[in-house]
Write a protein that binds this ligand. Structure first.
Ligand code: THG
Length: 367
């Protein structure tokens, strides 16, 4: 593929210099910002992530800050998840829906102060939607994009590295737990979360000027742990069933179709965007659902368009992300499959630009 031309529109991050010093080989664009996708190779990055610890520049997970007396009320109409579960010491994964119940984003929500919240967004312009809603409905809030850039520390040795920099107490965080931890005279919001299944943390770096010093501190502390710069890994996240907004779901899909029904609370459906559509879908059942798909192939092209799933002449779904898995020895994929064809074990065929392959619907890749 041709290069993507750098420009001011394609925002650099507080860590871009460090990422480039460590030899980033490919970037994608996410929220109009640079997101590394490869250092050594996707396969080598994958093997390292599963064994050691990596530091990821995920600044592109921009924060939509909602602050003010009306913040909690505004947030509750944005999502069908019951936000009474939200507390300063715990983040929540929250679907955000349009009027039809279509997914607008699938962010992580944090309460960083009494009336201050950060929505850590996936790749869609949620800032505009929240600003417009707040303004049009007269909520007493300010909606901004603060100078906050998440830095993820992921992999089996993430605890060891984080404890060295932030102290042992950081290891007491539970999954999606949040707290403030100090290094070099500054308290950072840190959560036990991140876009991998290898375990790890996310540091919300407030203030771009703190970026490179913290980056260097982490690499200095982790030398003997073989710490490397890394990034969300295509193979690992497909194996782990982590969905990618814009790839595996769009505003054409509901949270039920995306397997995110456990983040929909029925008692919220009268009060949030998309609630009515979700009630109807609960009654009628979904017409398609996201599934893990195993592909029998030796080689797969990049999945940069939807690949139709066939059962004979009929199209019964599409594959939306795919890669060859070194550990499983097959192609691993995520797709949407029509009702009647989504049971684990169902055999289909997937049509890629480089050939048609056998595709098997699976419960997941780890169970
Ligand atoms: N961290 C932060 N912000 C983010 C992401 C992140 N913004 C963009 C994107 N990732 C949002 N999407 C996801 C998708 C999955 C998860 C988090 C964010 C995730 N899911 C858990 C899982 O599937 O195992 C389940 C979460 C739960 O059970 O509550 O972690 O990664 N800051």
């Amino acid at each position: 593929m041709a290069l993507i031309a750098p420009s001011r529109r394609l925002r650099r991050t507080p860590f871009s210099r460090g990422v480039e010093e460590q030899g980033v080989k490919a970037y994608t664009v996410y929220n109009r910002m640079l997101l590394p996708t490869m250092f050594e190779s996707i396969e080598a990055d994958y093997a390292h992530l599963k064994k050691h610890v990596q530091v990821w520049d995920v600044s592109c997970e921009r924060q939509v800050q909602v602050q003010g007396p009306g913040a909690a009320k505004l947030l509750q109409i944005l999502t069908p998840r019951d936000l009474r579960k939200l507390q300063p010491d715990r983040g929540l994964y929250v679907p955000i829906l349009n009027q039809n119940g279509g997914m607008l984003n699938d962010p992580v929500l944090l309460q960083v102060d009494f009336d201050t919240f950060w929505i850590s967004i996936a790749d869609s312009d949620l800032l505009l939607w929240v600003k417009a809603l707040a303004g049009a409905c007269g909520f007493d809030v300010e909606v901004t994009e603060p100078d906050v850039s998440p830095l993820a520390v992921q992999g089996p040795k993430a605890e060891e590295l984080m404890a060295r920099v932030f102290g042992d107490a950081v290891c007491d965080l539970r999954f999606f737990g949040a707290g403030r931890f100090r290094t070099r005279n500054h308290d950072y919001v840190i959560t036990r979360s991140g876009y991998s299944k290898q375990g790890g943390f996310e540091i919300y770096v407030d203030g771009s000027a703190r970026g490179m010093p913290l980056w260097e501190e982490l690499f200095e502390a982790g030398k003997d742990l073989k710490v490397r710069a890394g990034c969300p890994n295509l193979i690992e996240r497909i194996e782990g069933g982590l969905l990618s907004y814009g790839n595996d779901m769009t505003d054409e899909n509901t949270p039920f179709e995306c397997g995110l029904g456990k983040f929909v609370d029925d008692n919220q459906l009268d009060h949030c965007f998309g609630g009515r559509a979700l009630k109807e879908e609960r009654e009628a059942g979904s017409v398609q659902e996201v599934r893990a798909i195993e592909i029998t192939a030796d080689k797969l092209p990049p999945c940069d368009r939807a690949w139709p799933l066939h059962l004979g002449a009929a199209i019964v779904g599409q594959v939306t992300s795919a890669a060859m898995s070194p550990d499983f020895g097959v192609g691993v994929a995520i797709g949407m499959v029509s009702r009647g064809h989504w049971d684990a074990g169902t055999m289909l065929e997937v049509e890629t630009p480089e050939g048609t392959f056998e595709a098997k619907v699976r419960e997941s890749f780890w169970a």
